[in-house]
Design a protein around this ligand. Structure first.
Ligand code: NIG
Ligand code: FE
Length: 414
């Protein structure tokens, strides 16, 4: 088999290569390459030009030619920079109770909330968790999501967090999607921990962090800064310890109250996620930093809360990624493109801003430099949609799914 593949002609190819990480993006400035071809060498993009130019310029190579016979629009593989798809159990009862007007406290008293998922997840063997991740990752993959961040955070003890992170690592070997693991042991104070918030976090950072590095389970540490979880002053020393050990920091920030994004900026975190409660003050602070803001419309839809002020973030010059937050509690839907399009309608985002949020800006939120744009040297991760105009993809709000999904130069779904 040839090590070179040439795919085309593609009616419209959107590479995103010229677009900046920060700030608003207008559809008028989006570069669309028509009648394009993609030349792949060993899973990476070697070149993107018009199909006829590639055919001519590379005819000396032993090319495997994949000729497309219909109109296709090509977009970079989607990247979901925030999920909790490692879990067991359902929280359908929480959803029903919430929609019947029950409070957070009433739901927790009825056995719901994050602790319910912790209880269910702790009961599972690593292998059962692994199968659950693979199933959800493959569902994402069929919708064009080729890179998926996956958090722990339903273990909340050293052995249980390790079980989750080992399950994520094992799942990575059983799906074509790339999984990026994150340790969210700082999700809430476990009910069975004998000690306060600070003692718990200190225990996690001294005992768990070194094992994460020894076993190469993750280089990312996340925490939930909120009244029901951890305060900014609890988290500061925890993050400082993580940073001094070389971990990247990411934060569940400003979901219901402010305080989290300030810590994200102070700690030079890679991303601050949620931000539904951020005021103009936080928006400005984030825009003046290198922290990527991540909107999680799936949580707003799941909880019936307001959306992250995405328009304001972009207009202030911030970097905005969009992720699904797929989890059994607040965001059970898990459909990234649908949610990104819905955020677009409510926040008046251009299609380019929506697309940037689930491609190269999501890559920046994960500190990944090898994906998110289609250009030479990047991974050949891309989606082909059977349509003649890229606007159709956003217009259908997730109902138009890719006809072909390519991961590292291989056609994995058609
Ligand atoms: O990102 N905000 C905190 N954590 C999750 C919800 C997790 C859960 O409810 O199980 C979130 O929305
Ligand atoms: Fe989350």
């Amino acid at each position: 088999m040839s090590k070179y593949k040439l795919i085309g002609p593609i009616s419209q190819l959107i590479s995103m290569r010229e677009l900046p990480i920060k700030g608003a993006l207008k559809d008028e400035n989006l570069h669309i390459l028509e009648n394009a071809g993609i030349l792949i060498e060993d899973g990476n993009i070697k070149n993107i030009e018009t199909y006829s130019d590639l055919l001519n310029n590379y005819k000396a190579l032993d090319l495997e030619i994949i000729e497309l016979k219909a109109n296709y629009v090509c977009l970079p593989g989607f990247i979901d920079a925030h999920t909790h798809i490692c879990y067991c159990g359902s929280r359908a009862k929480d959803y029903a109770m919430r929609n019947s007007g029950k409070s957070y406290l009433e739901i927790a008293q009825a056995g719901g909330g994050i602790w319910d998922t912790v209880t269910q997840t702790r009961k599972a063997e690593q292998q059962e968790l692994m199968y659950g991740i693979v199933k959800r990752a493959n569902t994402h993959l069929k919708n064009g999501v080729t890179t998926i961040e996956v958090k722990s955070g339903y273990g909340l003890s050293v052995p249980e967090e390790l079980k989750m992170l080992r399950a994520i690592k094992e799942a990575e070997r059983n799906t074509e999607a790339d999984l990026i693991a994150t340790c969210l042991a700082g999700h809430m104070l476990p009910k069975d921990f004998e000690g306060d918030h600070e003692t718990y976090l200190d225990h996690i950072s001294t005992t768990l962090f070194p094992i994460l590095q020894e076993e190469k389970l993750t280089n990312r540490i996340d925490a939930f800064i909120e009244q029901s979880a951890f305060s900014p002053s609890n988290i500061l020393p925890y993050f400082e310890k993580a940073k001094s050990m070389g971990f990247d920091i990411t934060v569940h920030a400003d979901q219901f109250s402010t305080g989290g994004s300030e810590i994200a900026v102070k700690m030079n975190a890679i991303s601050a996620d949620h931000l539904e409660a951020s005021t103009d003050n936080e928006v400005k602070m984030l825009a003046n930093s290198n922290v990527v803001s991540i909107a999680l419309p799936g949580a707003s839809i799941g909880l019936g809360c307001s959306f992250t002020p995405a328009r304001k973030i972009l207009d202030s010059g911030g970097a905005l990624a969009i992720a699904s937050d797929w989890n059994p509690g607040s965001a059970p839907m898990g459909d990234l493109l649908t949610q990104a399009c819905i955020l677009g309608t409510f926040e008046k985002l251009s299609n380019t801003e929506v697309l940037a949020g689930i491609t190269y800006r999501a890559a920046a939120a994960l500190n990944l430099q090898d994906r998110g744009r289609l250009m030479p040297g990047m991974l050949a991760d891309f989606n082909l949609f059977k349509t003649d105009h890229y606007n159709e993809i956003f217009y259908h709000q997730g109902k138009l799914v890719p006809s072909q999904i390519w991961k590292q130069g291989n056609l994995i779904y058609t």
